[in-house]
Design a protein around this ligand. Structure first.
Ligand code: SF4
Length: 456
């Protein structure tokens, strides 16, 4: 493994960040609402960076509007530009919702966005105004996941204002998962007879069919009428074991409308998926459908068949907190030892969550690093002798320099095709990940010897 220089104590910069900017996460969340346009209150450069990043993963058009601030507005305030930008977006897109996220610039100059939006509604109240949801997302104090969750909560708090009549539905706040995962979650709920309001749902808006004409706002997304009625659902299911310290959308629905809240880990792997299906069975009062029992059985059979290839291997896992906890749970249950679990996020109880999912399964307690960048990850992994890395595309350089495979999961995946269609969740996702991990290790063995194995 390549030696990595010690970082001096006074070193405070980030080298190859293991997190992305907060309004990027908010833009992704807003893209999962029907008829919505994400709008950045800041400079054009931020919007361009985020669009480029998101497009190279999803390979779909991604419009992000911007109030396009320059030096003048940085000094005098961006209110007039924000109002002008909102009017432009209304004219060009006729959106049903505009999601306004602040950037580092507007947070630093201290623009009072709630006040500017109140003025806007007063000044242009004669126009058919869309819903305007605002969220504060200074990137220097949060990651893309913080921005994502903040946008979901802001949407629930600013759109769902009254207790709706009770309805036999379930709210799912899944976090940042793939488009394939969103589709599979919806299908699972409907197999229990539960229509789901999934917030956000970019399964179509960021992974839609090819159409003859360009649509300024793609079809799909959580419908506003369903978001307004979330308070009347049977329950909210919020996925992620490190959400605890956050004041989430589910907590808001619980405290305002007494909508029961079930908090679970991302259903990644057998045990976490079992918990998800048990929760749906409890909420719906229906048994687990035969189809999922069969998928579970096939998964266990695969675990037995493939165990000899994975047992005792050592993995480095990195990415968003909830995802790395889910991946750790999955890898531990298939017999892989997670040796380093790292995230760019901090302060959300990552260490405790990793300890919980590894209990009774791992021989060694993995090293857990919060607020890490890829410089830290490389430094920590030195001496841990990992056999594989599991995470997004950003770990490729490390994996290549160490001569070990990288199993690509999550977001962003820039150097492979089909990132939005990777299933991670439920038995089907675990099956896909298990096959991928086993095949990556088999290929590594095949390529690293000169025997030329035909059978492994
Ligand atoms: S300046 Fe801040 S908001 Fe803009 S792209 Fe960079 S981190 Fe994101």
């Amino acid at each position: 493994m390549q030696a990595v220089a010690e970082r001096p104590e006074s070193f405070v910069s980030t080298t190859n960040a293991c997190k992305l900017c907060a309004p990027l996460g908010a833009s992704l969340a807003f893209r999962g609402i029907a008829g919505a346009v994400p709008f950045l209150h800041g400079s054009q450069g931020c919007a361009t960076y985020m669009r480029r990043y998101i497009i190279s993963h999803f390979r779909e058009p991604m419009d992000i509007a911007s109030s396009s601030l320059g030096e003048k507005q940085a000094i005098h305030g961006g209110g007039p530009n924000l109002k002008k930008g909102l009017l432009n977006v209304m004219r060009k897109y006729a959106p049903s919702l505009i999601g306004v996220a602040t950037t580092c610039l507007t947070e630093t100059i201290g623009d009072d966005v709630p006040m500017i939006l109140t003025e806007f509604r007063r000044e242009f109240g004669d126009l058919p105004l869309p819903e305007i949801v605002r969220v504060s997302t200074p990137s220097y104090s949060g990651t893309h996941m913080e921005g994502f969750h903040a946008a979901v909560r802001a949407t629930v708090e600013q759109v769902c204002l009254e207790k709706a009549a009770p309805r036999r539905t379930v709210n799912i706040m899944p976090g940042l998962v793939s488009a394939a995962d969103l589709r599979n979650l919806r299908e699972a709920c409907s197999a229990f007879g539960l229509p789901a309001c999934i917030l956000p749902d970019y399964s179509e808006t960021l992974d839609g069919p090819s159409l003859p004409d360009y649509q300024t706002i793609p079809q799909g997304g959580a419908r506003l009428e369903d978001i307004r009625a979330m308070g009347g659902a049977l329950a909210s299911l919020e996925l992620g074991r490190t959400l605890g310290p956050l004041s989430t959308a589910g907590v808001s629905l619980l405290s305002r409308f007494a909508t029961p809240l079930v908090s679970l880990g991302l259903p990644l792997g057998l045990r976490e998926s079992d918990a998800f299906f048990a929760a749906l069975a409890e909420i719906s009062g229906a048994p687990v459908p035969a189809r999922y029992e069969a998928e579970r059985g096939r998964l266990i059979d695969a675990y037995v068949d493939g165990h000899k290839y994975v047992s005792g291997k050592r993995a480095v896992i990195y990415g968003e907190e909830d995802l790395v906890v889910g991946l750790t749970a999955f890898l531990a249950e298939i017999g892989i030892q997670p040796v380093l679990v790292a995230s760019g996020g901090r302060g959300r109880g990552l260490e405790q969550a990793v300890r919980e999912v590894c209990e009774d399964l791992c021989r060694e307690t993995p090293l857990v690093r919060e607020g890490a960048d890829f410089f830290d990850i490389a430094g920590e992994a030195e001496g841990l002798a990992p056999d594989l890395m599991v995470g997004n595309s950003k770990g490729f350089r490390s994996a290549r320099s160490w001569g070990i495979p990288l199993v690509r999961v999550g977001f962003p995946i820039h150097d492979r095709f089909g990132g939005p269609r990777i299933p991670h969740l439920l038995y089907q996702g675990a099956q896909h990940l298990f096959d991928t991990v086993v095949n990556a290790l088999m290929e590594q063995k095949q390529l690293s010897t000169d025997i030329g194995y035909g059978y492994i």
